[in-house]
Design a protein around this ligand. Structure first.
Ligand SMILES: Nc1ncnc2c1ncn2[C@@H]1O[C@H](COP(=O)(O)OP(=O)(O)OP(=O)(O)O)[C@@H](O)[C@H]1O
Length: 259
């Protein structure tokens, strides 16, 4: 098996995830007939489309939750994700945040981030054991700053507002330095202020060593954060490009945005 935890740093602009000829069916129902999709390092990529378009199914295939009938899914150009199970795919650098936050409510914000470090694979754990306390504290501090929760570091996660819990969970994923970070409807249920803060956060997540995939139905949010969008309809990509161009596309308007 590929040594998934020991990859070189990604090249900016290179393909973080490459899906080719993907076919997914559930019994007789074909959810994704033949999908080709690429997400690149350094970009925030929005995946949009009507209910049932296949957005979640695509993420489920990337994370190993759903196995397709046909196709290939590669991380970093070389790692064949279809040959790996879910935990190994996570260790290879795929982080996914589900819609509902699942932080450890009884622990402090800082402790939640420290716990996320402990979920690292064994080889990296060995490395972390050699980290000085100072280095570990510094890494937690960096992420606290990135997610805008430094002032709440010692509060119980349970007392945080809904939006803050979502940011903390993104921080827990960041502790693992994912190559591909997938966010499933990150602003669902948020206030306007929280949505705007989340847009700032997601824009800051753009990094040459990371690709960010965002599924979202809030189009104003997608327009603020996405370098590129793919519009899915009945499992097919019907548009790829800038959000402002998607709004003008006749087919996209017919099946989704113009409705
Ligand atoms: N486990 C399953 N068994 C049967 N059908 C499924 C299963 N999972 C998904 N589907 C079907 O596959 C299609 C794609 O679903 P999917 O959840 O990927 O869409 P989506 O674009 O994420 O939609 P939404 O925006 O509503 O979340 C839908 O018709 C759905 O009913």
């Amino acid at each position: 098996m590929t040594a998934v935890t020991d990859q070189k740093n990604p090249t900016p602009g290179a393909q973080a995830i490459q899906i080719d000829g993907l076919r997914v069916s559930f019994g007789d129902f074909v959810a994704i007939p033949h999908l080709t999709f690429i997400a690149r390092y350094g970009e925030v990529h929005g995946v949009i489309g009507p209910n049932g378009a296949g957005k979640t199914t695509m993420m489920d295939v990337i994370t190993g939750k759903t196995k397709p009938k046909k196709g290939t899914v590669r991380l970093d150009g070389s790692i064949d994700l279809l040959g790996l199970d879910e935990p190994t795919i996570a260790l290879a650098g795929v982080g996914r945040k589900f819609q509902k936050p699942s932080v450890f409510e009884a622990l402090s914000v800082r402790e939640n981030l420290e716990i996320a470090l402990r979920l690292k694979p064994r080889s990296i754990l060995a490395e972390l054991r050699n980290w000085s306390d100072r280095r570990r504290v510094a890494r937690v501090g960096e992420v606290l700053n990135e997610i805008g929760l430094s002032a709440q570091a010692d509060l119980s996660a349970g007392v945080l507002a809904h939006g803050q819990k979502q940011w903390l969970e993104i921080g827990m994923l960041l502790m693992q330095r994912p190559k591909l970070l997938m966010l499933d409807e990150p602003v669902a249920g948020m206030t306007d202020e929280e949505t705007s803060h989340t847009a700032d956060l997601v824009r800051r997540l753009r990094s040459p060593e990371r690709a960010v995939l965002v599924i979202e139905h809030d189009m104003a949010f997608v327009e603020e954060i996405a370098d590129r969008v793919t519009v899915l309809h009945e499992g097919n990509p019907i548009f790829e490009g800038r959000m402002e161009d998607a709004r003008q596309d006749a087919q996209v308007r017919a099946v989704y945005l113009g409705r």
